[in-house]
Design a protein around this ligand. Structure first.
Ligand code: PLP
Length: 450
């Protein structure tokens, strides 16, 4: 639908006003870009939309396409753009730094890198104080797994089925969804039962799922374990909060078996869950290693691992380095992100607006039989569509249809879950109540057409 068609149809929900219009777009057409993408770019196609949108501008929670149409970005660049698109303070930090020094490495000292490491470490409990920078979540998890294996002297890793940890050899091993596993040798990884409160065999009884980890240690290892890695809220896996009681029990088991506990905060970190700055905090645990990416740089490529001085020592006399990881331009962005989250009280906003949005989505569940579950916290929400409540039959085509309809009306959401039938709502944390109302009204309208 054109912007005018959206605005003039009295039946369609109206997008909240927004005080910004981008400059007119004068570049190549979307069709020309699509032709180049087909010829020159990664052929993997993600079937989110019939035709990818051509996005050319962004401001806070809104995106603009080549035709000047505005979209409410309720996916946030896959849970990445926490402060909002092209946030002026993040942009300024990047521009100032890039003008001064574009690149530096671990061989030298630089304030932008050291200052951000200090600020980041101040956000963590306990002894988590030593930061390693990477370029992505995959690299952060690869490093975390390697460090844990070196420290514990054991290769066995336990991760959770349905989790996603990245796309290199080690992280692909820890990932436990078939569609993200390719022909790569992955040894020493055991996948535990998913403490999935909607589909899992033990419902919300975290301790029963935790027993499976104990069994893996007993039957699948020598009794010695290298590491356990988990997301506090599975993102790619369909916004699944681990059952209560699960993490503390598992951490206990792993530590008794000599292993380290790794929290993958790539999606759930940086205030996204609203109630806490880090997802693991809601479970009352303190990990040995935490990995981050996505929200850390608001979209500027950056990842990080934080651990204790004691564990970090395993790399002291080894030549571990990463050419671009911790580039000063990226760390300047990261530092600005921390300041913006604090200054604009984005964690509080994620909690307040996220709770409001979740309540409104729950009211849709009462209205539409196709909604099987509404879950998540803060600005990390999931809506699972099923065609049969009893059997929990995934509603795959309907999911795509609704997303396409919503896109036409100006709302972008994501999807995920093992069956691809879960809407993922992970907007910038500056999302407003008016945005939440618009999103729910648009989803309501689209679901009514299914
Ligand atoms: N861990 C989690 C929880 C993720 O969601 C992702 C990416 O979606 C990754 C790790 C991998 O991060 P990246 O895509 O930056 O390599």
């Amino acid at each position: 639908l054109s912007q005018a068609a959206r605005e003039n149809d009295s039946l369609l929900p109206k997008m909240p006003p927004f005080d910004y219009s981008p400059p007119p777009y004068t570049g190549p057409s979307a069709d020309e870009i699509l032709a180049k993408r087909r010829q020159f770019l990664n052929p993997a196609i993600f079937h989110f939309f019939k035709k990818p949108l051509c996005l050319v501008d962004g401001k806070r929670q809104y995106l603009f396409d080549d035709k000047g149409r505005r979209y409410l970005d309720a996916f946030g660049g896959i849970a990445t753009v926490g402060c909002g698109h092209s946030h002026p303070e993040v942009v300024e930090a990047v521009v100032n730094q890039i003008k001064r020094l574009q690149h530096s490495t671990i061989l030298y000292l630089n304030p932008a890198i050291a200052d951000f490491a200090e600020a980041l470490a101040s956000k963590f409990p306990g002894d988590l104080k030593v930061v390693f920078f990477t370029n992505s979540g995959t690299e952060a998890n690869e490093l975390a797994l390697m460090m844990a294996r070196l420290y514990s002297g054991c290769h066995d890793v336990i991760s959770i089925r349905n989790g996603y940890h990245g796309n290199a050899a080690g992280t692909m091993g820890a990932t436990a969804q078939g569609s993200y596993k390719f022909n790569v040798v992955q040894t020493g990884v055991h996948h535990a039962l998913n403490p999935d409160q909607y589909r899992g065999v033990f419902g919300s009884d975290g301790l029963k799922y935790a027993k499976d980890v104990e069994d893996i240690v007993t039957y699948g290892t020598s009794g010695h374990v290298g590491a356990f890695i988990a997301e506090a809220v599975q993102g790619v896996g369909g916004i699944m909060e681990l059952a209560p009681g699960y993490l503390p029990a598992v951490y206990n088991t792993i530590r008794k078996a000599g292993g380290l506990c790794i929290a993958d905060e790539v999606q759930s970190g940086f205030a996204r869950t609203g109630s806490h700055f880090w997802g693991f905090e809601a479970h009352g645990v303190v990990p040995d290693i935490v990995t981050m990416a996505k929200g850390i740089g608001n979209g500027i490529p950056l990842g990080a691992v934080i651990t204790t001085p004691e564990i970090a020592k395993v790399l002291t006399y080894r030549s571990y380095f990463n050419t671009f990881g911790g580039n000063p331009v990226c760390t300047a962005a990261g530092h600005a992100v921390l300041k913006v989250i604090e200054k604009e009280q984005l964690q509080q906003n994620a909690l307040t607006v996220g709770s409001y949005l979740k309540d409104r989505l729950l009211s849709l569940k009462d209205k539409y039989e196709i909604i099987g579950d509404v879950r998540g916290r803060g600005m990390m929400l999931g809506i699972e569509l099923v065609t049969d409540h009893q059997l929990k039959t995934p509603a795959k085509d309907e999911t795509l249809y609704v997303m396409e309809q919503m896109k036409d009306m100006g709302v972008l959401i994501g999807k995920g879950g093992f069956f691809g039938n879960v809407f993922r709502i992970t907007p910038p944390l500056c999302f407003t109540k008016e945005d939440a109302d618009f999103l729910v009204d648009v989803m309501d309208y689209s679901l009514s057409k299914v």
